[in-house]
Write a protein that binds this ligand. Structure first.
Ligand code: PEP
Ligand code: MG
Length: 585
């Protein structure tokens, strides 16, 4: 029966595909497709991991002290029985054979299915047995660790055939959409170049980092869909409407046809926009507007160039640091990555932001900072870098070295205090000296600060004394001005880019930079939101940095705008108590 779930629209377009549920196990599970010729070996890998656990449990059974409560022995019996359960094992084998899931994915997938069956049981005793199945599965997952493919990537080539309503299970050619409770930004990164044509998560806000990476994948996505991962079943047909933030499950043929039509309209619109790629971004009144790209990896420069970006306005370097189990990239590795980005932009400027981990961007799942009560207010971004000067110096040296090969801007996130600015400046100087002492080439960089904390937006004089340019990180600026966690869908309705206080901080920053002849851009999600383009132009903004996928739509807005007229209108919006009501200009 058709039903729909409402969430937050984060990446536009329509996706239609079969649901792949990614289980949210407590153990970090790698999800990737294996090749058909690896099926037998993968089943064997699964069997030996299970045998190791059976062995362990049998040994434990022998070692149980005589006076131990008999429940312990009974529990081990239950776990052994589960491990040897034919149905469980054959279901896992089914996922490996039919779907080419790796062993971990197959097991955690089956675990999710069983967990749901337990949840639906009336008998409380039986319901509680779910924990036993989970414990057993997690033991096997632990035992599988380190025995699989080192590349935990989903690499099955996508073949986006149009879905018919009736499709066979096990058909490996149909489009797939990903449904998960939550995905970390690092998980999302793994899904780049993946087979999924859309995705949905239960949690997350519009500017959570998971949503940001989703936007960079340029596939329709909905986050904050609350119970989607419980309501959608493996293999269900799902429509993701990334424009409306709606997920439709098991659509009727009529609904399917309707969305198929919308999907084709979207494709046509993209083709039309693609013609603007080489058109200079100039307004009707002749103002040149700089449209830059936000990237997460050096390889994203290809998408930036293809979209006609005139530079990278934000390289979120932290993505080089994530999911590495604490083995952070050394100077050479970072230098090589920054250099790839610089080379990839063919002489266009690249703004590298120093590492911004913490809050909703943990380095590793296992190191997720649950110990801190308020991670978004904790040791994040520049605070983290200054707390570990050796690590920070390594990054600074790598950036300065890359600057010898092209135009590089160095951008510092989350600054608020004069003392942080001065420490940062001293460390940049020290990094230069270290390189000079080692006789290693480095280049000049323009220095920029992100304006993400209201305190920074209210201390512009201090910032402009030290920095060549400012970049307004509206995602955090909104979060910190309004005290709304950007990743929390339960307060997403209060996350308001048009709040008068937010608009005031943004406009004051733009006006002051323009007055002093310093560079200023917006690199938060607001810069790529076409409903905000004219307002930002009216406020005096001339430089926008966004995901490559949004550049052409924003350019279209720019080409239709007259900044003189927009400035007068923007003044009215800024004076209004209800700016949203003035937006239909
Ligand atoms: C921002 O806060 O607006 C920003 C661009 O940085 P990030 O989204 O990475 O926190
Ligand atoms: Mg930020």
């Amino acid at each position: 029966m058709t039903f729909s779930i409402h969430g937050l629209a984060v990446a536009r377009g329509i996706a239609i595909g079969r649901a792949v549920l990614v289980a949210s196990s407590r153990v970090d599970v790698a999800h990737y497709f294996i090749k058909p010729e690896q099926v037998a070996a993968e089943i064997e890998r699964m069997r030996s991991a299970r045998d190791v656990v059976i062995d362990e449990l049998q040994r434990l059974q022998l070692d149980i002290p005589k006076d131990a409560p008999h429940e312990l022995a009974a529990l081990l019996d239950v776990h052994l029985m589960l491990l040897m359960d034919e149905e469980l094992n054959s279901s896992v084998v089914h996922w490996i054979k039919e779907r080419l899931y790796n062993a971990e994915w197959a097991l955690s997938n089956q675990l999710e299915i069983i967990a749901r069956q337990f949840d639906e049981m009336d008998d409380p005793y039986l319901r509680e047995r779910k924990a036993d199945v989970e414990q057993v599965a997690e033991r096997v997952l632990q035992s599988l660790k380190g025995t699989g493919s080192p590349v935990a990537k989903i690499t099955r080539p996508a073949r986006p055939t149009r879905p018919q309503h009736e499709l066979q299970l096990g058909d490996t050619d149909v489009p797939l959409v990903l449904i998960a409770h939550d995905l970390s930004p690092a998980d999302m990164l793994q899904f780049k170049q993946s087979v999924f044509t859309g995705f949905v998560t239960d949690v997350g806000g519009k500017t959570s980092h998971t949503a940001i990476v989703a936007r960079s994948l340029d596939i329709p996505a909905v986050v904050g869909a609350r119970t989607a991962s419980q309501l959608v079943k493996q293999d269900d047909w799902v429509i993701i409407d990334g424009d409306a933030g709606v997920v439709i499950i098991d659509p009727s043929p009529i609904i399917l046809a309707d969305y198929g039509f919308k999907q084709r309209q979207g494709d046509l619109e993209r083709e039309r926009l693609a013609r603007l790629r080489h058109t200079p971004a100039v307004t009707l009144d002749g103002q040149k507007i700089e449209l830059l790209a936000n990237i997460e990896m050096p390889e994203d420069t290809t998408a930036a160039i293809n979209a006609g970006a005139v530079g990278v306005g934000l390289f979120r370097s932290e993505f080089l640091f994530m999911g590495r189990q604490g083995n952070l990239p050394d100077e050479e590795e970072q230098y090589a990555a920054y250099r790839r980005a610089v080379d990839g932009m063919n002489g266009l400027p690249v703004t590298i932001r120093t590492v911004d981990v913490g809050a909703d961007k943990p380095l590793d799942e296992a190191r997720h900072d649950a110990a801190h009560l308020n991670p978004a207010l904790g040791l994040r971004a520049i605070r983290w870098s200054l707390a570990d000067p050796a690590m920070f110096l390594t990054q600074l040296r790598a950036v300065l070295r890359a600057a010898a090969h092209g135009q590089v801007n160095l951008l510092i996130p989350m600054l608020a205090h004069g003392s942080e600015i001065r420490q940062t400046m001293a460390l940049i100087e020290q990094a230069r000296q270290d390189l000079d002492c080692r006789g290693i080439a480095h280049g000049p960089v323009r220095l920029g600060a992100m304006i993400e904390i209201p305190a920074a937006a209210l201390s512009l004089r201090l910032f402009l004394k030290y920095f060549d340019f400012l970049s307004i990180g509206t995602n955090d600026l909104i979060q910190y001005t309004l005290a709304i966690d950007r990743a929390d869908e339960s307060v997403a309705h209060l996350y308001d880019p048009l709040h008068p206080a937010v608009l005031r901080l943004i406009t004051d920053t733009i006006v002051e930079c323009n007055r002093q002849g310093k560079g200023v851009s917006v690199c938060g999600e607001m810069a790529g939101d076409v409903t905000m383009t004219r307002l930002l132009l009216g406020m005096g903004l001339r430089s926008f940095s966004m995901h490559p996928s949004q550049i052409l739509s924003v350019k279209q807005q720019v080409l239709r705008s007259d900044t003189g007229k927009l400035a007068m209108w923007a003044d009215q919006v800024l004076e209004s108590d209800d700016p949203a009501s003035c937006m239909t200009h």
